[in-house]
Design a protein around this ligand. Structure first.
Ligand code: CLF
Ligand code: SF4
Length: 297
């Protein structure tokens, strides 16, 4: 998969466990859950759990202050030598918590300069955040883009919080889509690598995601990660309650194959917790809870 990429991108992603399928056997990532708030509502989220734009729903991460996040990063880096990437991916939207997110990045770029920084976002606040992201040397951003059509968007996002008020339905979806696309273009123009995540929702955006894949590739995203919706009634999400089904593994694979004609596809995503630690699929978060870190010193 890496061999399809231009050399300059290959240099940047060879040790990023999400961005290179080969790398995920040898290099580890960690997440720090410093971002509790969110500025939109997705029908696959009930906000009690980690942001499902990047994570498996139904999981609750330990919320950290930026200071605790740095202590955790140092403890993990000292114990897991393969640790190359730190991501902020929740439990809400990192860019809806700009003080906490950027304070964490600022401290880390000073105190742990060898670690690559990564962030994932729903994209609503992305355009206004691009300068700040570039300033902190973030060279990888993930945007969750589930649609480019507001009619479909209105079936996924009931509302967004925009200019201090709630906006609903297609009007909301239109603003979100515009911000995501603008953010994508701005990041690419700065040379910041963009991966796009999409949640595959059968009967809602499954066919549409082929168009999404084509468009984000055209705009310069270098990797597309189509993840399955996980909708279970006990998670209390709108989709869960409404009985919306998750895709079958074969449906997901067929869609990934259909998109792969135009785009590099990620197929090894593990839908990590917002406080995940270690190699993908080997979550060592339990070893690095704050009370354990404090007792290490
Ligand atoms: Fe984390 Fe996400 Fe960065 Fe990776 S995870 S912020 S890009 S460092 Fe990776 Fe986990 Fe899938 Fe995310 S396997 S959920 S794609
Ligand atoms: Fe939930 Fe994440 Fe969607 Fe916000 S962006 S509503 S935290 S899934």
């Amino acid at each position: 998969q890496m061999s399809h990429l231009p050399e300059e991108i290959r240099q940047k992603v060879f040790n990023h466990p999400c961005y290179s399928e080969d790398a995920h056997h040898y290099f580890a990532r960690m997440h720090v859950a410093v971002a509790p708030a969110c500025n939109i509502q997705c029908h696959y989220c009930n906000r009690k759990y980690d942001c499902s734009n990047e994570s498996r729903p139904g999981v609750v991460s330990e919320l950290l202050t930026p200071e605790q996040a740095v202590a955790k990063t140092k403890a993990v880096a000292a114990n897991i030598p393969q640790m190359t990437v730190l991501g902020i991916a929740g439990p809400g939207d990192p860019l809806a918590n700009p003080e906490r997110t950027f304070d964490t990045f600022r401290r880390l770029s000073e105190e742990a300069p060898d670690i690559k920084l990564c962030v994932s976002t729903n994209g609503l606040s992305l355009p206004e955040s691009v300068d700040e992201l570039a300033k902190h040397n973030i060279d990888h951003v993930t945007i969750t883009i589930n649609c480019v059509d507001p009619k479909i968007g209105a079936q996924i996002y009931p509302w967004i919080y925009w200019n201090n008020r709630r906006v609903f339905g297609e009007k909301a979806a239109k603003i979100l889509i515009r911000q995501q696309q603008k953010g994508l273009e701005m990041l690419v123009a700065r040379g910041i690598l963009v991966k796009v995540n999409s949640v595959m929702i059968p009967g809602v955006n499954d066919e549409h995601l082929k168009e999404v894949s084509r468009i984000v590739k055209e705009k310069g995203a270098f990797l597309h990660n189509v993840m399955p919706l996980i909708a279970e009634a006990e998670h209390g999400t709108f989709y869960g309650i409404m009985g919306q089904r998750s895709p079958e593994p074969e449906e997901l694979q067929d869609l990934q194959d259909a998109c792969a004609g135009d785009m590099n596809m990620m197929r090894h995503c593990r839908q990590c917790r917002a406080d995940a630690v270690g190699l993908l699929g080997e979550d060592r978060g339990e070893e690095f809870t704050m009370d354990k870190i404090e007792s290490m010193n």
